[in-house]
Write a protein that binds this ligand. Structure first.
Ligand code: GLV
Length: 322
């Protein structure tokens, strides 16, 4: 009998579907991750795991769970998973691409609008009873219309973001591992070096995954090269940014603001210096958080598990690249 561990609460309809062909154990919490020891213990006799980015899937886990056939990760990213170890243990790994692309791009856009037009500051201003009269430059921000926007990482999410920019008549620059013909021909995006991207853009949006090449690219040197009125947005992974350098850049006015849906250590500590700036907005990694998209992400995990239980290759199998 197949046995599945699901590490967060999921809607009843998905649980019922899994129960048609497996014994299902659910860590019935919405926000609290399973303690590591409990997770290792619960995984012991399981043939499939449906997990989130909070779970570390590594050699220790594979060792503890010798019956595992698949780990379905409820995310497009899989930097919580040791793919080499998965391959050694012959465990399939799947992710949830495509279904979250548009939703994540929308959150990026929300952060861009919120930072450029100082929405969070403005709302606090009202809440704190400071609104006494209209002023010519009261909470004046920066236009996206006709601005230059630099997208770092032109994958699906980068392209979805670029599509939204067309309505704002923005010039789109991008930098990516390789050129993206579709983004150039369909969206009018211009390929540039990383250097040009950060030097020229009004807005710099990071949508790139975490890889050894991208980690720490937004560091002191990069922030120094940005325009003083530039706004930096990160919607993918926190470890692309050296946070102390971002703090310095904001403190010294080297850039005008930042909108971050991801940080290096999540959840962010309440005494993190990034939280003290009015021109920095931090959201709790909610890029893909629309109800429909979260449903589709869980459904994708379920379908991948079914694939493997039916002796097929998981439709969203992630391959280890040596
Ligand atoms: C979220 O960050 C994801 O990778 O899906």
């Amino acid at each position: 009998m197949n046995k599945i561990l699901v590490t967060r609460q999921i809607p009843e309809k998905f649980k019922a579907r899994l129960e048609q062909y497996a014994e299902v154990e659910i860590w019935d919490h919405h926000l609290t991750p399973m303690p590591r020891e409990q997770f290792l213990e619960a995984a012991k006799d399981k043939t499939a795991l449906l997990v989130t980015l909070s779970e570390q899937i590594d050699e220790t886990l594979f060792h503890a769970a010798p019956h595992l056939k698949i780990v379905a990760n409820m995310a497009v990213g899989y930097d919580n998973i040791d793919l080499a170890a998965a391959e050694r243990h012959e465990v399939a790994i799947s992710n949830t691409p495509h279904v979250l692309t548009e939703t994540t791009a929308e959150l990026g856009f929300a952060l861009m609008l919120a930072t450029s037009r100082r929405i969070v500051e403005a709302e606090k201003y009202v809440q704190e009873g400071k609104w006494e009269s209209w002023g010519p430059y009261l909470l004046a921000g920066k236009d996206i219309y006709r601005s230059k926007v630099g997208i770092f990482g032109m994958g699906e999410i980068g392209r979805a973001f670029a599509r939204r920019l067309r309505g704002f008549n923005a010039d789109i620059l991008y930098h990516n591992r390789s050129r993206n013909a579709k983004a150039e021909s369909e969206l009018g995006a211009f390929y540039t070096s990383f250097e040009t991207l950060i030097q020229e853009s009004d807005f710099i949006i990071s949508t790139a995954p975490s890889t050894p090449e991208t980690q720490n690219v937004f560091n002191h040197e990069a922030f120094k090269k940005m325009r003083k009125d530039a706004i930096f947005i990160n919607i993918r992974r926190g470890d692309l940014v050296v946070e102390e350098d971002l703090v310095d850049a904001i403190e010294n006015g080297e850039i005008a603001g930042a909108g971050l849906d991801v940080v290096r250590d999540e959840p962010i500590r309440m005494d993190h210096p990034l939280l003290k700036f009015p021109n920095v907005i931090v959201t709790p990694h909610i890029g893909s958080a629309s109800v429909l998209t979260r449903d589709q992400m869980i459904q994708t995990c379920v379908l991948n598990i079914e694939d493997v239980f039916n002796d097929r290759t998981a439709r969203n199998q992630v391959m280890h690249k040596a």
